[in-house]
Design a protein around this ligand. Structure first.
Ligand SMILES: [Zn+2]
Length: 155
């Protein structure tokens, strides 16, 4: 609520600098109208990109988001929703797309390494149960690297 008021205030300020004092009240009304239009899928929370407390698109409740929320609850930290405010939704979606791309690349690399280790041990005549485990470990480790690029999905 405070953030929205601040938002309206800054709009009013820009209106004043342009010398449009008379339209400032109208702009404020517009500021009130825009969030309520998309009320259905907007939730109050903290924007992941600007940190502002406002209304925005919520992050999808996937494993890292649920885990982060449980951790916050465990340490009795503020239970705020992770959202992307309308201003930063496009940025957030671009970052999510980047993560999905790197995750795909690491998955391809993991599959490739798995096959390479299996073929390698096969060629050297050392193929066995332990080698399958080793190949799986290499593949899982490679997959887990993409977790460092994790970015939530907003929809
Ligand atoms: Zn933002």
């Amino acid at each position: 609520m405070a953030a929205r008021r601040e938002h309206g205030k800054s709009k009013e300020k820009t209106g004043q600098t342009k010398g449009e004092r008379t339209s400032s009240s109208k702009q404020e009304a517009d500021g009130e109208r825009i969030p309520s239009q998309k009320q259905a899928n907007l939730e109050p929370g903290d924007c992941l990109l600007c940190g502002k407390e406002t209304r925005g698109t919520p992050a999808r409740q996937d494993l890292p988001i649920i885990a982060a929320r449980k951790l916050r609850a465990l340490f009795k930290l503020q239970k705020s929703h992770t959202i992307a405010c309308p201003l930063h939704l496009a940025d957030a979606n671009a970052k999510r797309a980047k993560f999905e791309k790197s995750r795909r690349n690491y998955a391809i690399l993991a599959a490739f390494l798995f096959i390479a280790v299996i073929l390698g041990t096969f060629a050297s005549g050392q193929f066995g149960f332990g080698e399958i485990i080793a190949a799986l470990a290499v593949a899982l480790f490679t997959l887990s690297i993409s977790a460092f690029y994790y970015y939530p999905k907003f929809d």
